[in-house]
Design a protein around this ligand. Structure first.
Ligand SMILES: N[C@@H](CCC(=O)N[C@@H](CS)C(=O)NCC(=O)O)C(=O)O
Length: 62
């Protein structure tokens, strides 16, 4: 719901696809969704799991 109408470029992936579920498990340590994968300019990756944290983060990007 938060993303609707927002001009944010996100690559959305579903854990119903096995490869994405596996990537989430391997990277973030659990298959809980939603999860936002954040990669900075140095190539460091953060897996952000909590909806409220994701919304707060994306609100600062918009
Ligand atoms: N507190 C979390 C709850 C997320 C949550 O309950 N996710 C469920 C789906 S709605 C889930 O991924 N369950 C499967 C799992 O944890 O592997 C949030 O608000 O983001």
């Amino acid at each position: 719901m938060f993303l609707k109408g927002k001009d944010l470029s996100l690559d959305l992936r579903s854990t119903s696809e096995r490869e994405h579920a596996a990537a989430l498990m391997q990277g973030g340590g659990k298959t809980q969704v939603p999860c936002l994968r954040i990669e900075n300019e140095q190539g460091e990756v953060q897996w952000m799991y909590e909806s409220n944290d994701i919304i707060e983060y994306l609100s600062q990007q918009a």
